[in-house]
Design a protein around this ligand. Sequence first.
Ligand code: IPT
Length: 356
Amino acid sequence: MKAITLYDVALLAGVSYQTVSRVINDAEHVSARTREKVQKAMAELHYVPNRGAQQLAGKRTRTLGLMTTDLALHAPSQIVSAVKSRAVEKGASVLISMVENAWQCQAALQELLAQRVEALLVNVPLDDAHAEQLQALASPVPILFLDVSPGAQVHSLVFSAEQGAALGAEHLLSLGHQRIALLCGPESSVSARARLAGWQETLTQAGLEPVAVVKGDWSAASGYEKGHQILSGAVQPDAILVANDQMALGVMRACAEKGIAIPGQISIVGFDDTADSAWFTPPLTTIRQAFREAGEQSVEWLLAPVSAGELWQKQLPVTLITRHSSARHIPRQADREDLARQLRALALLAEQLARE
Ligand code: IPT
C-alpha cells in the first residue's frame, strides 16, 4: 500500500501543501474552518505526521527523555506518572528508558540523544562523579538529576534525605522508643546511604545505638525477609525505621506472622508516602516525599531550563505523616518486673541507711 503523504491530505482538503504543514505544526494564521477541513481529510486518510521528517526539517521535537531506575518500584513509577501527565498537559512527549543499574546509563543516554530529545531527566541513584560525567556527555542537551547528593555539580531536584531520616527518628524518640532497629536501602543508592546517616546522627545525639542495622533492596519481599531477621535477633526492637514504604509493607507482614502487634508492641515508620501507604494495615506512619510535585517541577524545568553555565539545584521539603503504625512506647512485662525489682532494692537500701 502506498504511504499517505501531506500532498494527499492537501488534495483532499482542497488546500495547499503549506497549509497542511501549518496545521500539523500548530502554526498561527490558520482559520478554524481551514484547520477543521484539514483535520477531517487527515482522519479520512488515516494520515499520521512523520516526526522524523519534521525533525529533519529542523522543527522542535518537544520530546523529553526520561531515564529511570526499576519501574516495578512504587516511587520511580509514581514519579514517571507525574512526569507523563504534566508533559501531556504541556504538549510534550516523553521517551522512557529503564536501566537496571548505573552502568547502563551511558548507553541509555546515547540512545535517548539519538532520538533527539530536547532535555533529559534522570531518576537513577548516581554518585557525584558519575552524574557529572553524564551531564558532560549530554551537553549541550540540558539534563536534570533526581537521585544525587546535593553536592554533585549537576542540575538537581532532590528531597532532603537527612532531614527526612531525622524526622522519622525524632518521631520515635518522642514516643519514648529506645530499642530502634534500622532497615536501610541498598548500599549502591546515594539516598539510602544518606537516610542511614541521618538516622544514625539523630540516634547518636540522643545517646542511643540502633539495636540492629540491616540492608534490603527496596522491595516488599526484602522487607519481609529482613523484617524476620530483625525480629529474630538477640534484642527485640520497640520500633523499626524502614528506608521505604515498600519494605515497610514486608516488615508488617513479618510482624503479623510473629504475632507482634503494630503499634501495640512495635512501631513502624516508613519513607516515601507512596499512594498506597495510607491503605496498609495499619495505615503507615511515614516520611512524605511529594513525588507528583517533583515530577511536575521537573517537566517545567526541562521545557525551560536555566541558561548554560549556572547550576540549578533545588531541595524539596519532606514531611512526617503520622498514621497508625506508630504509638507511645509501652514498657514490656519484663521491663516492668525489672523496674519493680530495682525499686524494691532501692527501698531496702533507703531503710538500711535510715537505721544506721
Ligand atoms: C527512592 C525511594 O524512596 C525508594 O523507595 C526507592 O523506590 C528508590 O527511590 C529507587 O531508587 S526516591 C528517589 C528519588 C531518591
